[in-house]
Design a protein around this ligand. Structure first.
Ligand SMILES: [Zn+2]
Length: 211
């Protein structure tokens, strides 16, 4: 597999890859979070985007962990920040009582765009019998897609503005909702453009440093 670090040229085979740093402020159960990351990773794999996940500590004890260094390194525009917020933090931000998450819309050259998940809403759905790790995985996928392809929603699949009870049941039972074909293409292209823009930025900085 090609990694960006070893790609010197903008070859057509450039990997569509996003590193997602996860800040679990809500202290969602680690097993549940792992499950959710797998669900989201498979959704993105299906559209030709590889994801890698880095757990970043939100407490001082974790600052000694090996992941801490990885969480301090520079990020590219294809790399994202996921914050999972507990209710007390979400209350300060939440625009809609019903929202499961939200996403920052930023320019394609901007590194470390953020998406947020409101864990208490996932808990609410879990208390009604829906499977939390699958719902969480789908919320992450939905919000990542907003970061990459914009604020729009569609009439079907993952990017519906509001999931119906039937959608939530499908997600819970593993009858996948999907991105549309057009969205899938847009997602992969958006990641590739972001990677390209960061490679160009490095080249620009290198050439101006050489002057
Ligand atoms: Zn949305």
């Amino acid at each position: 597999m090609n990694h960006l670090a070893s790609s010197k040229h903008l070859a057509p085979s450039l990997d569509a890859r996003s590193i997602i740093r996860v800040y679990n402020y809500a202290r969602v159960d680690p097993g549940l979070l792992e499950g959710a990351k797998k669900v989201a990773a498979i959704i993105f794999e299906n559209v030709g985007v590889q994801t890698a996940w880095v757990d970043c500590s939100v407490s001082p004890e974790g600052f000694q962990s090996p992941a801490y260094a990885a969480c301090q390194s520079p990020m590219g525009p294809a790399d994202l920040v996921l914050r999972i917020l507990p209710q007390r933090m979400a209350e300060k931000l939440r625009s809609s009582e019903e929202a499961l998450g939200s996403a920052q819309l930023c320019r394609e050259s901007e590194p470390a765009c953020e998406l947020i998940v409101f864990s208490s809403r996932i808990d609410d759905l879990a208390s009604k019998g829906y499977r939390a790790e699958r719902i969480l995985g789908y919320v992450i996928a939905h919000e990542v897609a907003h970061v990459l392809i914009g604020a729009g929603h569609s009439d079907e699949g993952i990017m519906r503005g509001e999931w119906s009870r039937h959608d939530l049941q499908c997600i819970s039972w593993g009858l996948a909702l999907h991105f549309t074909k057009a969205q899938s293409t847009q997602l992969r292209s958006a990641i590739l453009r972001r990677i390209t823009s960061s490679v160009q930025e490095v080249a620009r900085q290198t050439s101006s440093a050489a002057r």
